[in-house]
Design a binder for this molecule. Structure first.
Ligand code: B4P
Length: 194
């Protein structure tokens, strides 16, 4: 199995690149943001709760997020590996993911962190907000709050995986194919080992 975390601030291109990498390497793509949006779209109790946080640019509670992620992983016993997009976003989530994978005799092979400056991100998300219908992409103050939450709560996840030499920084500025090429160059050697 090959298990990858695609990491980075909101709008850094995680979803964009994870879709392409999942196809190229035959991995199951799990985006917690997409899972929450599915629940919101179906107006479930989980979706109603998640919406309260997402609309303010806050993280959803760990217990809810971890339970939802575990259920999704367990629905794919056939998987040749996973690409986690937008998860883990806190150190508690990272520890829960490690426990989940250890229980499957698996581990995280690498965390790939897309680095994009805040001003570039704000422009990308406001642009997406014109067509996506996502309320969290339409207000610059909410976008700035998401970036602040990333720095306070999510960036320590990089250090957590860096301790076991699994964290890698990738320049996330440039064309989508160029960034994909940078990611593939990091993943190819891992794929051969897996
Ligand atoms: P997510 O859905 O994960 O949203 P994101 O961080 O905005 O997306 P991403 O970085 O994937 O951006 P994308 O590729 O689409 O999270 C939304 C919310 O859900 C969170 O704020 C939180 O409330 C909640 N949530 C999710 N996971 C959680 C967790 N684990 N714990 C707690 N809460 C959680 O790219 C953005 C835009 O840039 C797109 O329009 C794209 O076309 C464009 N783009 C991509 N690459 C580009 C490039 N190279 N150049 C120019 N534009 C580019």
């Amino acid at each position: 199995m090959l298990n990858l975390i695609l990491f980075g601030p909101p709008g850094s291109g995680k979803g964009t690149q994870a879709t392409k990498l999942a196809e190229q390497f035959g991995l199951v793509h799990i985006s917690t943001g997409d899972l929450f949006r599915y629940e919101i779209g179906n107006d479930t109790p989980l979706g109603k709760e998640a919406k309260r946080y997402m609309d303010q640019g806050q993280l959803c509670p760990d217990t809810v997020t971890i339970g939802m992620l575990r259920a999704k992983v367990e629905r794919h016993p056939e998987a040749g590996g996973f690409i986690f997009d937008g998860f883990p976003r806190t150190v508690a989530q990272a520890k829960a993911l490690d426990r989940l994978l250890t229980g499957m005799n698996e581990q995280v092979d690498a965390l790939l962190a897309l680095e994009v400056p805040e001003d570039e991100i704000t422009g990308r998300l406001l642009e997406r907000g014109k067509t996506s219908g996502r309320s969290d992409d339409q207000d610059e103050a909410i976008i700035r709050n998401r970036f602040a939450v990333y720095q306070a709560e999510t960036s320590p996840v990089y250090d957590y995986y860096d301790k076991s030499a699994k964290a890698n920084r990738i320049d996330g500025v440039g064309s989508i194919p160029d960034i994909l090429g940078r990611l593939v160059a990091e993943i190819e050697p891992l794929k051969q080992l897996s």
